[in-house]
Design a protein around this ligand. Structure first.
Ligand code: MG
Length: 372
């Protein structure tokens, strides 16, 4: 079997709001083969840049677009092709956008392998430790504590046992923050996990002070209070707070996660499959397991990300919980022909061949944006 085409498809809502909400658009990767099998991947990055990284022609042997590298290759060789892409993009790659584009292709290659062998991807990753994942409702903070508490009630009423809230307008001052958490905890009751995603806005001292102040609200974790480059700050926070410290969604490589774990001291790494790919995510999870660190996914995009995350978290021993974005973007909700559903707080790991995701052609047609 040979790769015959690699395409980047950009879907976008008609109106994009200036919020930290990456469910407003989506970059899909489609890999075609001469066996008639199509693999699907996704990249949560900067869509036009991802598309350019895939489409670019070769400049020279260390600066090559990914499509040109893959045509004619065997799609079952995901690990070797990862190395080929990494080495052939060395002058402009190694981190960030190029690794994210590689991740989308890597997901599509695993999808092809599963379809070719008629097996679910979790089987190819070494077998599953569990057939369903506990899932949490992932939300943006609303603009008042009461509206945010309403979101907690909705999550609880629909069967979730955990919910996370993140980013603006949280974090501006201690009194307002406690007002939010108090309303959320009252709405949640005691038997419900609440997680906080701070959104990179504090320094280490502020984080330590707030974390102590927040102890009565029993947060299951505190996520990304600091800028991802402030590893010394993360280490200081990890050494001084009782809550679990979570981070990782900006990282794309094992190297980045090693720094977070070894230098930053985080207790939960959050791997976005659409930024790391499955080949590398398995190595990240293995490294985390060696260091006694738990793993969750990061997912604020589509059901393709959900599918990849389910296979990944099913196949590693140190999985904590599945993130599922409940922000109501039409692209997120309607992209899969058969959307994933939570039942009684859990999501079932797909059993069909490949990733278990097929896109809805109508959604692609409705939101597809043309060439630059
Ligand atoms: Mg986050």
């Amino acid at each position: 079997m040979r790769i015959t085409d690699v395409q980047a498809l950009y879907l976008r809502l008609p109106e994009i709001k200036a919020r930290t909400d990456s469910s407003q658009d989506a970059l899909l990767v489609r890999v075609e083969t001469d066996a008639g099998i199509t693999g699907w991947g996704e990249v949560d990055g900067c869509p036009w840049v991802t598309k350019a990284v895939i489409d670019a022609p070769m400049s020279h042997s260390l600066v090559t677009g990914l499509r040109a590298l893959l045509l004619g290759e065997d799609p079952l060789d995901a690990a070797r092709l990862w190395s080929k892409m990494y080495e052939s993009t060395l002058y402009y790659g190694r981190e960030g956008a190029v690794i994210q584009a590689m991740a989308g292709i890597d997901l599509a290659l695993w999808d092809i392998k599963g379809k070719a062998l008629d097996m679910p991807v979790w089987k190819l990753l070494g077998g599953r430790y569990r057939d369903k994942l506990r899932v949490y409702s992932s939300n943006m903070f609303q603009f008042t504590p009461e509206e945010t508490a309403d979101r907690v009630r909705i999550a609880k009423d629909t069967g979730f046992t955990a919910a996370k809230f993140g980013w603006e307008p949280f974090g501006q001052d201690p009194k307002t923050d406690c007002g939010y958490l108090d309303a959320m905890r009252k709405a949640a009751g005691d038997d419900f996990d609440l997680m906080l995603d701070v959104g990179l806005i504090w320094d280490a001292t502020t984080t330590i002070q707030r974390a102590h102040l927040f102890e009565p609200y029993n947060l299951a974790w505190i996520e990304e209070p600091l800028h991802p480059d402030d590893l010394a700050g993360y280490r200081r926070v990890a050494d001084h707070i009782t809550q679990r410290l979570a981070a990782g969604e900006e990282e794309c490589t094992l190297r980045g996660f090693r720094r977070l774990i070894d230098e930053g001291g985080v207790g939960l790494v959050q791997v976005d499959l659409t930024r790391c790919g499955l080949t590398q995510a398995m190595r990240i999870a293995d490294y985390a397991a060696q260091r006694g660190v738990m793993v969750a996914n990061h997912n604020f995009t589509t059901d393709l990300n959900t599918a990849a995350s389910l296979h990944f978290l099913a196949s590693i021993p140190n999985a904590l919980i599945l993130e599922y974005c409940v922000e109501p973007s039409e692209i997120s909700r309607n992209l899969a022909k058969e959307p994933f559903h939570m039942q009684d707080g859990y999501m079932t790991v797909p059993d069909g061949p490949g990733l278990g995701f097929e896109p809805n052609a109508e959604t692609i047609e409705k939101f597809l944006v043309g060439q630059i």
